[in-house]
Design a protein around this ligand. Structure first.
Ligand code: HEC
Ligand code: HEC
Length: 331
């Protein structure tokens, strides 16, 4: 499969330089012709499209394969203990992730990192917090078989599918053959490519709906850009297309200064807790820590609230329903 190339523009080095300079974020000339035909976008939205582009409504996947992948995504029989599926950690009925800081491996120990949302992962250029997983099919193979996630085995996975007419029939219809490893991975990949959340208020504004954002939210976006957040969090996923050191000015408490893939901020208002270890519970706190660690700035409460107001406009919809935070974990 092909992951769409990251929107080009700034290299990691340039982004870092821009971040270090702080406010001097280079603005490239506006891209012409990206608005709806026959409609003139306000200059402000045209400028913004250079930094962030709207989530597409579809990446064009085969509906039969998507439907099959959807079934596999929540089929616990594929896991080692028969007790968990992708949806156990990536709850696509709410936010595509989970409410706990770290989910448990099949051995019952906490995973090293927080579960990122599966929504819009197809739009990021690399996967995983460290960005070390090249593609969705690679990720699916790891998730299905590694003991941290489902711990399944291929002979068992294929036997379960072939023995169940509710899966075997659709496999023949979609692939013209019995389920095999390549088809299973392709089906999951096809489904994941359909996990997009278009139509956030921010995207509606980018497309020319001047009333989609309040003045306060637009001010929050201006601050996000002006102080340099957008040097790292940019492109269609507002992140997901650069590698950056964490803790350029000061280290975030309890976190080693390491290089991670800049995470997407799409739907970030409903994907608490935050950071790779899930160690920060609220968005205002995450925003203040980012400003301090990545930009060397102390934000006032009002400034943090302003950026949080903008981030809230990045919540999109899946199957026509806005994403929501999952129910809080039981203590
Ligand atoms: C036990 C919880 C758990 C299960 C089950 C699980 N995942 Fe994940 N998933 C994670 C965690 C944690 C990460 C981040 C791993 C890392 O970066 O080290 C992740 C990362 C991902 C990502 C990358 C997201 C991004 O933006 O980088 C995708 C896509 C994904 N999983 C899909 C799946 C699929 C498909 C399945 C089922 C086949 C699955 N996951 C099962 C916890 C889980
Ligand atoms: C130099 C690059 C860089 C800059 C500048 C930057 N960030 Fe980040 N951001 C990152 C990286 C890398 C992470 C992942 C850190 C981690 O998980 O340990 C991150 C994580 C986050 C998260 C947590 C996302 C999640 O899903 O857990 C939020 C929220 C965030 N940034 C907001 C901001 C805001 C707001 C600004 C501006 C005040 C900003 N960032 C500036 C690189 C950057």
């Amino acid at each position: 499969m092909t992951v769409p190339p990251p929107r080009s523009g700034r290299s990691g080095g340039a982004a870092l330089a821009a971040a270090l300079v702080g406010s001097a974020l280079a603005i490239l000339p506006p891209v012409a012709g990206e608005g709806p035909p026959g409609r003139t976008l306000p200059a402000e939205a045209v400028d913004a499209q250079d930094v962030i582009t709207p989530i597409p409504a579809s990446l064009g996947a085969d509906p039969d394969r998507v439907a099959l992948g959807r079934m596999l995504f929540s089929d616990t029989r594929l896991s080692r203990g028969g007790d968990r599926a992708c949806i156990t950690c990536h709850d696509i009925r709410s936010n595509g992730a989970s409410a706990v800081a770290r989910n448990l491996t099949t051995d019952g120990t906490p995973l090293p990192r927080n579960t990122p949302t599966a929504f819009n992962a197809a739009l990021s250029f690399r996967l995983g917090w460290a960005g070390d997983i090249p593609s969705l099919p690679d990720q699916a193979e790891i998730a299905l078989t590694h003991p941290e996630f489902l711990g399944g085995s291929w002979p068992r996975i294929l036997a379960v599918i072939r023995a169940d007419p509710a899966l075997d029939g659709p496999f023949w219809a979609a692939y013209g053959r019995d389920a095999d490893r390549a088809a299973v991975i392709d089906a999951i990949n096809s489904f994941e490519r359909s996990l997009l959340t278009p139509d956030s208020r921010f995207d509606r504004w980018l497309r020319g709906d001047t009333h989609a954002l309040t003045g306060a939210e637009r001010a929050g976006y201006a601050l996000f850009q002006g102080i340099g957040c957008a040097a790292c969090h940019q492109g269609v996923n507002v992140g997901g297309n650069l590698f950056e050191k964490v803790g350029i000015f000061v280290t975030i408490p309890n976190r080693a200064a390491e290089v991670l893939r800049v995470p997407s901020l799409r739907n970030v208002a409903v994907t608490a807790p935050y950071f790779d270890d899930g160690g920060v519970a609220t968005l205002p706190e995450a925003v203040r820590l980012m400003a301090r660690a990545q930009l060397g700035r102390e934000l006032t409460d009002a400034q943090a609230a302003s950026i949080v107001a903008f981030l809230g406009t990045l919540t999109g919809s899946y199957e026509g329903r806005p994403l929501t935070a999952p129910a809080a974990p039981q203590p």
